[in-house]
Design a protein around this ligand. Structure first.
Ligand code: 5GP
Ligand code: ZN
Length: 116
């Protein structure tokens, strides 16, 4: 299901260009337009899901696909050994700006914890 006002639905529909690096099954991944590290990709379900708070038991296999894609991207970009961070921002305090579920895959440099 597509949301006509959603930026990432438009990327999935190829109405807006993106640097797509993974496309298999129910998920697609593309590089973030404003990367925060040498690797910064976003893995998204092709069907519109608002955010992680909207995930329920019906999304079980989708979550496996999302994380599996993230792991493959990390390996393809050569950060699987050095490490990487997987992030789901939910809501205002977390800084969520796009309301289509997306898993950030960030790597290629050391990162601090906790995040700012
Ligand atoms: P959020 O803050 O919602 O977790 O993350 C949204 C991410 O989407 C941000 O890292 C932002 O840079 C990225 N983004 C926003 N607009 C676009 C776009 O048009 N293309 C791509 N590739 N990334 C985008
Ligand atoms: Zn969407």
């Amino acid at each position: 299901m597509k949301d006509g006002d959603c930026l990432f639905c438009k990327i999935i529909a190829e109405e807006i260009p993106a640097d797509v690096i993974f496309d298999r099954g129910g998920v697609i991944a593309f590089r973030d337009v404003n990367p925060q590290a040498p690797l910064h990709a976003l893995v998204v379900p092709k069907d519109h899901v608002r955010d992680a708070a909207a995930v329920d038991a019906s999304h079980g296999s989708l979550l496996v696909e999302l994380i599996g894609a993230a792991n493959e991207i990390a390996e393809a970009d050569g950060v699987d050994a050095s490490g990487y961070r997987l992030v789901l921002n939910v809501g205002a305090d977390a800084g969520q700006t796009v309301f289509h579920l997306h898993l950030h895959v960030i790597g290629g440099r050391p990162m601090a914890w906790p995040p700012g």
